[in-house]
Design a protein around this ligand. Structure first.
Ligand SMILES: Cc1cc2nc3c(=O)[nH]c(=O)nc-3n(C[C@H](O)[C@H](O)[C@H](O)COP(=O)(O)OP(=O)(O)OC[C@H]3O[C@@H](n4cnc5c(N)ncnc54)[C@H](O)[C@@H]3O)c2cc1C
Length: 412
């Protein structure tokens, strides 16, 4: 009999989890509190408890080739960075084409997950659900938690006495246009929020702000194969034009103003938007199963609770990126490492000998990725596009250190 796997959440991670279970001959059942797939990317014009949310004009920060399901590339004429509606459509089409939706129980809340009394022997879990006001429970051989980690806003308690909100509740950028707004935090949400109003951004440690577009119009993350630090195409010019200013941390708030650590003040504040991120929380799990300290959860590779007697519970997409350095860590290396752990990292020459059909599919997906990247940008074809050469990029990055070395050697 195949093993039964309970999956919590039908966002990107939940759908990928259902698909993987089916490929491994497991029997998945997915519970989704909402009435549709997509999770975070299913837009709602109001904030719903226990659900991540985005704003009306949200675009992705990762390009389509870095953010697609393997074996399901985006259509080549899709733009490289997508509006949330476009991404939600892609996620839903993936679910439909792979026939995953029938494994999902919608409008079903998972209220608790507990170890079975026989856990030490079986590794099984009891998943308690709530649907239409009724409770039920099911025993699973394993559980995959795909409930997302942009759900519980981190809202500082010593807040401003006036009007404030968390970036999660920020739905319509127009509402703040031209107003005196203070944005706390220089992450992606903070930057997006800031460029729509006349604002001050307060940041403790600063951040690298990158443009989505790299040389020759290529997506940044396709050239460097990394997950981005902070992306914003408009912020640098807003700062140059003076409509956005950057300040250090806030030392104190008064009734209507903020005093920064450098002694300067921002007065007559209309609103404060806390783009201060999210707290990790798994309210359906006992705290002893996943420990959280200073908002960092103890999970091996961001996936497995390390002290579990049986490794039958996994958290999907909970990889924390707390510092800038760690955020700059190579995304592909991390994915390769995970692939190697489970024996899924393809050895292309070996695949050619053992499974020519799969080899051909993989080869085709890799060789056509630049076509899919270039196509949506070529509305008016002028000449053959040049693919950026990795050696050229490396040379460009090394040019300053090399110059420095040459100068040092010349003078010493
Ligand atoms: C503003 C913003 C922009 C982002 N932009 C990007 C980007 O450009 N590129 C990128 O790679 N990542 C981005 N991310 C990260 C984002 O988290 C991932 O892209 C992805 O959506 C995470 O998918 P998920 O399935 O893990 O979680 P979610 O999309 O949050 O889905 C979780 C699902 O679980 C359900 N659920 C939760 N609890 C329960 C429960 N108790 N019972 C039943 N169902 C439950 C929820 O209803 C939801 O449908 C962004 C995040 C934010 C907040």
């Amino acid at each position: 009999m195949s093993k039964r796997v309970g999956i919590i959440g039908a966002g990107v991670s939940g759908l990928a989890a259902i698909w993987c279970c089916l490929e491994e001959g497991l029997e998945p059942t997915c519970f989704e509190r909402n009435n549709d797939v997509g999770g975070l990317w299913k837009f709602s014009d109001h904030t719903e408890e226990g659900r991540a949310s985005i704003y009306q004009s949200e675009f992705t920060n990762s390009s389509k080739e870095m953010m697609c399901f393997p074996d399901f590339p985006y259509p080549d004429d899709y733009p490289n960075y997508r509006h949330h509606g476009n991404l939600q459509e892609y996620i839903k089409t993936f679910g439909q084409k792979k026939d995953l939706l029938r494994y999902i129980q919608f409008e079903t809340l998972v209220s608790s997950i507990k170890k079975c009394p026989s856990f030490l022997v079986t590794g099984q879990w009891v998943v308690v659900i709530e649907k239409d006001g009724k409770q039920g429970s099911t025993i699973f051989d394993a559980v995959m938690i795909c409930s997302g980690h942009h759900i519980y806003p981190n809202l500082p308690t010593d807040s401003f006495p006036g009007n404030y909100l968390h970036s999660q509740d920020y739905k319509d950028l127009e509402a703040f246009k031209g107003k005196r707004v203070l944005v706390m935090g220089l992450g992606n949400s903070g930057c997006d929020t800031a460029v729509s109003s006349a604002v001050i951004i307060s940041t403790r440690s600063g951040s690298w702000v990158m443009s989505r577009v790299w040389d020759d119009g290529y997506p940044w993350d396709m050239v460097f194969l990394r997950k981005e630090p902070v992306f914003n195409d408009e912020l640098p010019s807003r700062i140059l034009c003076g409509t956005v200013s950057i300040k250090p941390s806030v030392k104190a708030f008064t009734e209507t103003s903020a005093v920064f650590e450098d002694g300067t003040m921002f007065e007559a504040i209309k609103s404060i938007i806390f783009a201060t991120g999210y707290d990790y929380s798994y309210p359906f799990l006992d705290e002893t199963i996943i420990k959280s300290r200073n908002n960092e959860v103890t999970l091996f590779k961001g996936i497995f609770p390390p002290l579990m007697e049986k490794p039958t519970l996994a958290v999907i997409d909970s990889y924390t990126l707390p510092t800038t350095n760690e955020m700059m860590a190579d995304y592909i290396t991390y994915m390769d490492e995970l692939g190697s752990f489970i024996g899924a990292k393809p050895n292309i020459p070996w695949l050619f000998l053992t499974d020519p059909h799969l080899w051909d599919g993989a080869r085709n997906a890799i060789l056509t990725q630049w076509n899919r990247t270039v196509k949506p940008t070529r509305k008016r074809v002028v000449s053959e596009a040049q693919r950026p050469h990795p050696f050229y990029n490396l040379l460009k990055m090394l040019s300053f250190p090399l110059l420095l070395l040459a100068v040092t050697l010349t003078f010493y």
